[in-house]
Ligand binder design. Structure first.
Ligand SMILES: Nc1ncnc2c1ncn2[C@@H]1O[C@H](COP(=O)(O)OP(=O)(O)O)[C@@H](O)[C@H]1O
Ligand SMILES: [Mg+2]
Length: 257
């Protein structure tokens, strides 16, 4: 909580899609700062710019105007070659649809980022052992993705995202394909990662329950930041505040799908 080193700094980020004449402004001068160790949720109606903002903060997409720093590095001007290395070293990704390779065991899927990096096999084995225990998927390591539940698959994806010891994990609707029980499992894992490894997590979600796990929530509307909530550690209280906020912003949680 007292660690106030900035890990993400976005300044006046604007994103335009389309050509001259048909320009659509998906983000309008969005500024935000995220400190190391935070678990930040990004909420807002469908089309409000959540994914666009996450993609720009995570180097997947480029801002039309504005600046973004990750871990003190300006990424809006960084070279393509450097970006690939930066992504491998600093960032982990978790998406809604798992992205596990079907013809590889869970162990090999998790190891993939390290084998691509030519890391020593003993180090890989040790690291996977440690992470799979934290994520509760040790018994699943030698199975194939189709043999796992959605929650187990997503926890394997979190292991894979963590294997390079990233400073930040970016997650876009990580519980979007899961029922509420499996969502809780995955969210508990995120919380554990955030606490035990002090990994910063930035999670886009339309789900108030998922967002209630966060330490802070930013609300987007029409490409602008429209509100903010901070957790006092009480999930139930935060959940209620989120529902209130969504109502004030003009919609119940269900309409945000
Ligand atoms: N590649 C694109 N080309 C044109 N418009 C896009 C593109 N990606 C997103 N948009 C538009 O930008 C707005 C924000 O999209 P997005 O960031 O995906 O919203 P969210 O994740 O909040 O649902 C939407 O109106 C969407 O249609
Ligand atoms: Mg989206």
């Amino acid at each position: 909580m007292l660690n106030l080193k900035k890990i993400i700094e976005a300044l006046n980020v604007t994103k335009e899609y389309g050509e001259t004449g048909g320009i659509f402004r998906a983000l309008k001068e969005v500024s935000l700062e995220i400190n190391e160790g935070e678990f930040v949720g990004i909420m807002g109606p469908s089309g409000s710019g959540k994914t666009t903002l996450l993609n720009i903060m995570s180097t997947i997409d480029k801002a039309t105007l504005g600046k973004v720093q990750i871990d003190g590095k300006e990424i809006t001007t960084i070279k393509e070659k450097e970006i690939a290395k930066f992504r491998r070293d600093v960032i982990g990704f978790v998406f809604q649809d798992f992205n596990l390779l079907d013809n590889m065991t869970i162990r090999d899927n998790i190891a993939l980022p390290l084998t691509l990096n030519n890391v020593n096999i003993d180090i890989i084995i040790k690291k996977i052992d440690e992470l799979s225990k934290v994520m509760g998927i040790s018994p699943q390591l030698d199975k194939y993705p189709y043999e796992l539940s959605g929650g187990q698959k997503q926890r394997a994806v979190i292991c894979r995202a963590l294997i390079n010891n990233p400073k930040v994990i970016f997650a876009d609707e990580p519980t979007g394909a899961l029922d509420s029980k499996l969502s809780s499992e995955v969210l508990d894992c995120f919380k554990r990662v955030n606490k035990e490894f002090e990994t910063t997590i930035i999670m886009v979600t339309h789900d108030a329950f998922a967002a209630s796990y966060c330490s802070r929530i930013m609300f987007l509307k029409d490409g602008k930041i429209n509100g903010r909530l901070d957790s006092n550690g009480n999930k139930k209280e935060l959940y209620k505040k989120i529902l209130n906020m969504l109502t004030v912003m003009g919609g119940t949680g269900d309409e945000l799908l």
